[in-house]
Design a protein around this ligand. Structure first.
Ligand SMILES: [Zn+2]
Ligand SMILES: [Zn+2]
Length: 457
């Protein structure tokens, strides 16, 4: 088995793996880098452009895993494109939105190569994409099989509990098995239940290491949620506004579910909750797919429980803030040209309002820089925003959708792989896993392939 890391960054970036598996080739994930622009945001597909790819499988619909799928499709037009049936409903919306964002960036930032793909290309891709239920065996190399009379290995998606439709990917051949966790939450979130990776056995395991850099006491989601609810109540009492920057898919719906439970118990008065257009679309899909999802509160319909109001771009700059409004807006890292970025610019220099972070923000992003400030400090926010004086209240809640590092170690011990490959994490996170695996499971080989590095197992 050969495995090639196509992510051009050593941190979480444009996630993509090429796997040569018992004479068949597959690409696992095709993401775009959240901090890079243009061609630099893509995986290194060039390295395998002359390989015949039987299939491209996508673990879930966050940009760092699916954003470059239309580009991969341009390289390998004959490949099967496989994802879960729940992701199937989401993929198209994510990609069309990407085109809109790239077109805007071409205009405003003058990035010539944008858009990297078009709405028409996504329409063509839509006729090829196939959605499958969890735990269903899929013969992913069947084109290849037809051509050469060969057999096909099997692929299965296993529920990863990270965001709607998310999956770990199992490859099973005649001699080998490989399991790729994708992004995974082993514990229940507010809506989604934890991953169902119960009976996974594999020789080779590719894992995310996101939380390997987390210090401190054992993670307690209940406590974080309680702190979050208290903070919302305090801001409401003062009639001041709260901005919660989040991913449109997953984190937004988890936050809305917490707000819905606060409304139900009378801790939060009925009022408009302002969200972005894409957040609304995914919330609708969460509601529509509620009974087909492994989740808590299958009868909870967020659009009925909450007065969700889409905040149009024009209103973003004019809506009054002194009414105790709650804004749940993308993006979590407050990149430029997002609603969260523009709303933050209105809030940062106002003492009474708040920004609540609910997930990780890379230190090199506007959100990361803002998080690192002290009250009263002037800091560089973004190219558009320039230097700002932070006066607003900032609070940080850890409502992660990623595997706790000890849970991941426990998973590794259960799977009993011969080799573990570390990805999707910072250098510090990867180093922690390397040390722990060496110490606890000395027979397991550990690899951390550099960008563009091929390993053979
Ligand atoms: Zn993700
Ligand atoms: Zn990710």
């Amino acid at each position: 088995m050969k495995i090639l890391n196509l992510n051009s960054d050593t941190d979480i970036g444009a996630n993509s793996w090429f796997v040569e598996f018992e004479n068949h080739n597959i690409i696992l994930d095709a993401g775009t880098h959240p901090k890079r622009e243009g061609f630099k945001s893509l995986p290194m597909f060039n390295l395998v452009k002359n390989s015949e790819i039987d299939a491209i499988a996508i673990s879930h619909c966050h940009h760092d895993h699916i954003g470059a799928l239309p580009i991969a499709f341009k390289y390998w037009q004959k490949a099967h494109i496989l994802l879960t049936d729940l992701s199937y409903f989401i993929a198209e919306r994510v990609l069309h939105n990407s085109v809109n964002v790239m077109e805007k960036k071409q205009d405003e930032l003058g990035i010539k190569e944008y858009p990297l793909y078009t709405h028409d290309e996504i329409e063509r891709l839509n006729t090829i994409i196939q959605g499958f239920k969890y735990n269903t065996p899929i013969e992913w190399a069947s084109f290849h099989k037809k051509r050469s009379g060969l057999w096909s290995p099997i692929l299965e998606f296993h529920d990863a509990g990270h965001a709607l439709g998310s999956a770990g990917i199992l490859l099973r051949g005649k001699k080998n098995t490989l399991f790729y966790t994708g992004d995974v939450s082993f514990r229940d979130q507010t809506i989604l239940k934890g991953a169902r990776f119960n009976n996974i056995k594999a020789d080779v395991l590719i894992v995310e290491t996101t939380r390997g850099n987390r210090q401190g006491a054992i993670y307690d989601r209940k406590k974080e949620i309680e702190l979050f609810c208290d903070a919302v109540e305090r801001a409401q009492k003062r009639k001041t506004s709260i901005l919660i920057p989040t991913f449109a898919l997953g984190r937004t719906q988890e936050i809305l579910a917490i707000l819905a439970s606060m409304t139900k118990s009378g801790r939060l008065k009925q009022q408009p909750i302002y969200i972005g257009g894409l957040g609304r679309v995914f919330t609708e899909i969460y509601d529509l797919q509620a009974h087909r999802t492994n989740r808590k509160f299958p009868d909870l319909q967020l659009r009925q429980e909450l007065n969700l109001t889409v905040l149009e771009r024009e209103d973003l700059l004019t809506i009054k803030l002194n009414k105790g409004n709650i804004f749940v807006l993308t993006a979590g890292m407050m990149n430029e040209n997002t609603a969260a970025h523009d709303m933050a610019m209105r809030i940062i220099e106002q003492e009474k309002h708040s920004i609540f972070f609910v997930g990780y923000a890379d230190p090199d992003t506007p959100a990361g820089r803002l998080k690192a400030t002290k009250p009263g400090q002037t800091f560089f926010f973004s190219n558009i925003g320039g230097n700002l004086k932070r006066k607003c209240n900032i609070e940080d809640f850890d409502l992660t959708a990623h595997a706790d590092k000890f849970d991941m170690l426990h998973f590794i011990s259960r799977v009993k792989p011969k080799a573990v490959i570390l990805g999707h994490g910072s250098d510090i996170a990867i180093r922690w896993f390397q040390e722990q695996i060496n110490k606890n499971f000395p027979k397991v080989k550990v690899f951390q392939p550099k960008p563009g590095e091929m390993i053979e197992i």
